[in-house]
Design a protein around this ligand. Structure first.
Ligand code: ADP
Ligand code: ADP
Length: 230
């Protein structure tokens, strides 16, 4: 069963850049999917289609088997279920304290304040930032900010989490911790999509791998299939 499908997506930025050129991809529910590709291949543009921030010029996105119609109600539903952890944590953090930042998502979904705070605290526990609760986010280290942005996404309890190069700029110990967290989230039933430049990391982590080039899928398979076809 596919939780997300992208069918023949075509997307052009307003300046004329053709970022997606008929891209087709399937994400199975419960899987860990790695997306490999050089800078500019179209990975981020694709991810912005997965949660409805961008709308394709041609083609379609299906969530849970239903074709996205871009009505307000459908977009709210899609964003509740599919969350993106951006590469640059500063894109996601803007509140006065860590707790406020992590609670922003669930509050924004309209949850009761106490429920939202409880979800935020649980997400902070999972990402091991409980002790940073009252710290102002702009004083945190890069690795700490990264975890705060992940906690903010977890607190919304999406079914699919998309990580845009989650290990970029982290030291080896933080890379390991991040990958441990991603394994645990998958064990809890989350569907995970990760873009990376690290081929070895993709092989060891993913259930399924996509190679993107020029806004299209250039190759795909299980790590074993991809390895045998090299
Ligand atoms: P399942 O979890 O449903 O048993 P597997 O991961 O064992 O599926 O994969 C079975 C076959 O389906 C593999 O040979 C693989 O090529 C294909 N497959 C797996 N995941 C995907 C995917 N996300 N998109 C397309 N094909 C896939
Ligand atoms: P990746 O995430 O794989 O590095 P992107 O999706 O960011 O690739 O970029 C795909 C293509 O779209 C590249 O040619 C990039 O320069 C271009 N692009 C990305 N964002 C914009 C934008 N906001 N305006 C114009 N072109 C863009």
């Amino acid at each position: 069963k596919y939780i997300i499908e992208a069918r023949e997506l075509v997307y052009q930025y307003p300046d004329g850049t053709n970022a997606l050129n008929g891209l087709t991809m399937q994400i199975k529910e419960g899987q860990k999917v790695a997306v490999l590709g050089a800078n500019g291949a179209g990975k981020s543009t694709l991810f912005l289609h997965f949660n409805g921030i961008l709308r394709p010029r041609q083609g379609q996105i299906l969530f849970d088997g239903r074709s996205m119609d871009y009505r307000h109600r459908s977009l709210v539903e899609l964003r509740k279920n599919v969350a993106i952890v951006f590469q640059d944590p500063d894109h996601q953090l803007f509140s006065a304290s860590v707790l406020q930042d992590v609670a922003f998502g669930p509050l924004n979904l309209g949850l009761d304040k106490n429920v939202a705070l409880a979800k935020a605290r649980e997400a902070m526990r999972q990402t091991e930032i409980d002790t940073l609760s009252s710290k102002p986010t702009h004083f945190l280290s890069y690795g700490q900010k990264k975890r705060v942005s992940i906690a903010g996404v977890l607190a919304m309890e999406p079914r699919v989490i998309i990580f845009d190069e989650p290990t970029a700029c982290l030291d080896p110990r933080m890379v390991d911790k991040t990958m441990d967290l991603l394994h645990r989230l998958n064990k809890q039933g989350k569907t995970l999509v990760m873009s990376t430049h690290d081929v070895d990391l993709a092989y060891s982590w993913a259930d399924y791998i996509y190679f993107i080039n020029g806004g299209q899928v250039a190759g795909e398979g299980t790590p074993r299939e991809v390895f045998l076809n090299r």
